[in-house]
Design a protein around this ligand. Structure first.
Ligand code: ATP
Ligand code: MG
Ligand code: FE
Length: 336
């Protein structure tokens, strides 16, 4: 089964051709990062306009590189939520037009289901049930993947998402946007034990996260240094912040491993490409004899291959969407 997949939920215009959910024939990503860097973050109006400009050539390249035509495709998969409504609409409208014109089924995909499915691409042996920690720009979910397309959210953030915290802290310490990769790099030169930033717990919700406290603690720390006219070490702040976030994530993950007798654990989303998180999760999983999975960086951040992987399992399970498919900015995981 060949799926043409389209992703435009945020600031990446992406298309891919994926075979049987696991074999990536092509994966084209046109990133708008350079454009949004000028404004310190994603500007929704600009994102939508850029998607419109790029989407046709991105899809054309994906088909060309996979050496297939629309005739060969079995279905068109597209992210229809969650995300920026104007950005999502570009992909959804395009997917509907292509599917209708080529007389192929249309499959709407949940963006986070895509992030989770990114793990299938390079791990042919990984099959549900498993646990997945989704850490992206807008989400921090501890998910129990019961079966393909079947999810229980065990824990979630009460405020900032992990990636959002990385981006905000990076901006505060002068690293710019997008902050995650920059903190990751600078932290390698710093001491993660130099400053103790808090690991906040949510009362009576052992699997929930809160990252606004650690973000505020970083802001207070650098404001304090500036008041005293002291220099602070960007690298130490980055490393210590990264450790606080990583500790909070690994702690909840391992708590779930114990309570749910987890045998396989995966991570997904942009922050899953963080080197400290990967290392800490790998060590913690090894210690407990749990198989640990993570996607290559290109499949962690937004891409359409992961949407093709998720769309395949939706296709197999019989999910089909009508020509009235709409963008759903706050789509819930598992909703169809
Ligand atoms: P969502 O998937 O929740 O809708 P999104 O699509 O914007 O949000 P992703 O593309 O999954 O998010 O990930 C982007 C986020 O990942 C950004 O916040 C970015 O800073 C973060 N990120 C990327 N690489 C790293 C890294 N190496 N370390 C930490 N964070 C990272
Ligand atoms: Mg992005
Ligand atoms: Fe994403």
């Amino acid at each position: 089964v060949l799926i043409l997949a389209i992703e435009s939920s945020c600031d990446e215009t992406a298309a891919a051709v994926v075979r049987n959910g696991r074999e990536v024939k092509s994966n084209i990503i046109s990133s708008q990062i350079a454009l949004h860097t000028l404004y310190g973050g994603v500007v929704p109006e600009i994102a939508s306009r850029k998607h419109i400009e790029k989407i046709n050539q991105v899809i054309e390249s994906a088909l060309l590189e996979a050496e297939v035509t629309l005739e060969d495709i079995d279905a068109v998969g597209v992210t229809y939520g969650p995300g920026l409504v104007g950005a999502l609409l570009v992909g959804v409208a395009e997917a509907k037009a292509i599917a209708y014109g080529a007389k192929k089924p249309l499959i709407g995909v949940h963006h986070i289901e895509g992030h989770i499915a990114a793990n299938f691409i390079e791990h042919p042996k990984l099959e549900p049930p498993f646990f997945c920690l989704v850490v992206s720009g807008g989400h921090t979910h501890l998910v129990r993947v019961k079966d393909y397309g079947q999810f229980d959210i065990i824990g979630r953030t009460r405020d900032d998402a992990a990636g959002e915290a990385f981006d905000k802290v990076a901006r505060a310490i002068g690293l710019g946007y997008p902050g995650g990769p920059k903190i990751d790099k600078v932290a390698k030169e710093g001491n993660p034990k130099a400053i103790t930033f808090p690991n906040a717990h949510v009362a009576d919700a052992p699997y929930d996260f809160s990252f606004s406290g650690v973000k505020s603690a970083v802001l207070n720390y650098i404001n304090g240094c500036q008041m005293k006219e002291e220099e602070y070490s960007q690298a130490d702040v980055a490393a210590s912040f990264q450790k606080a976030v990583t500790d909070a994530l690994v702690e909840r993950a391992m708590h779930a491993v114990e309570e749910y007798h987890v045998k396989q654990f995966a991570i997904a989303g942009g922050v899953a490409s963080n080197s400290a998180l990967r290392l800490a999760m790998k060590e913690a999983c090894d210690k407990k004899g749990v198989e640990f999975y993570y996607p290559s960086p290109v499949y962690c951040t937004d891409n359409a291959a992961m949407i093709g992987a998720a769309a395949y399992y939706e296709y197999i399970n019989g999910t089909r969407h009508g020509w009235d498919l709409n963008a759903v900015p706050n789509l819930k995981l598992g909703e169809r």
